[in-house]
Design a protein around this ligand. Sequence first.
Ligand code: ADP
Ligand code: ASP
Ligand code: MG
Length: 405
Amino acid sequence: MALIVQKYGGTSVGDPERIMNVAKRVVDTKRDGNQVVVVVSAMGGQTDKLINLAKEISKNPSDRELDMLVSTGEQISVALLAMAIHELGEDAISLTGAQVGIMTDDVHTKARILDIKPDKMQEQLALNKVVIVAGFQGINIQQDITTLGRGGSDTTAVALAAVLKADMCEIYTDVDGVYTADPRIVPNARKLKEITHEEMLEMASLGAKVLMSRSVEFANKYNVPLCVRSSFNRSEGTYIVKETNVMEQPVIRGVTADTSEAKVTLLHLPDQPGIAAKLFNLVAKYNINIDMIIQNVSEHGYTDISFTVNKNDVPKIKSILADLTQEVSARAINVNEDIAKISVVGIGMRSHSGVASKMFNLLAQAGINISMISTSEIKISCVIREGEAKQAVKVLHEGFELDKE
Ligand code: ADP
Ligand code: ASP
Ligand code: MG
């Protein structure tokens, strides 16, 4: 008997009819002779609705209370799915993150899973039940509810699959699998049969929200067999694997766009040892993740530093940097939210040169200006204006011929 973890995203459980559809798929899997653990997200749009509700009350709500609020979304969908499975004549039990013992650290709104107890789930599976777990949530050592960051139900699913040593973790969503680019932006994007953990991790961290990047990290670390499939049809999805056939290795596997970041610039900082350390120590103390960093050439003993952060962290950044600006007599802080990070990803880049110049040429031909660049062995990212993001993705997808096999 195989143990399968299935995760259904927000659109897949968006209304009662869709919840019944998910229930049928779960019951089919069970009746095929498998044990099934299901992770579900909040019904589509619910998490955003709850966050907006909080913003109507407070501009800078407490992270603990935000977690208390947004975790309710998943509690609704697990209960409804359990009822739907009961209607189909199978036994099922819904459980919150706390009931399962999903222990996390204290970093509210972006907590990391530290430990999960499999006992309760195993007990219920042994009673022939479908176990339904609320995605996205856990508890910290003080028993406070935490959440794992947007898209966190993917991480819940892979983490459960890891501790349960599941035979497969299936992520069911509203697209058929992982594509060479977001199929909503590039209609002729191609579905990938396979993608390596390394490439999927980059694509996920660079804006391909089909999987949360932490979930890919877990799958890689704990060897969880992972695939992405559609909850609306039976077509074969995409497998996330350790290695793909080297002979068929393309230079570029995919193109992504990330519009969730903002660029923060500190102007006219003294160009002295310790200034960058002071700045980024402060930012790290408040658990704000920094992405790209650029320091300008120093002029007359002064320099500018720019970095990118998640737009959600902008109010926090502004308030924590206000004092520092005064302390080091920097001239000002600029925040530009009108940015997008466009990236090309592929492990084939390791053995090919000229990818960066081709990317810059393609963007230049389209009249798109680049304001920041960063590279790693397997990706190149450019920051451009947000309004040009979709065009840039299309231009790169076509220029690198990703629609072709
Ligand atoms: P869920 O609610 O099921 O978790 P998400 O909205 O988080 O679904 O993720 C699925 C979406 O990811 C798709 O609808 C698609 O628009 C988007 N997406 C972005 N990049 C890609 C890609 N490279 N391949 C597939 N989907 C992608
Ligand atoms: N409901 C959460 C979100 O919208 C978690 C998830 O869907 O994975 O981000
Ligand atoms: Mg998601």
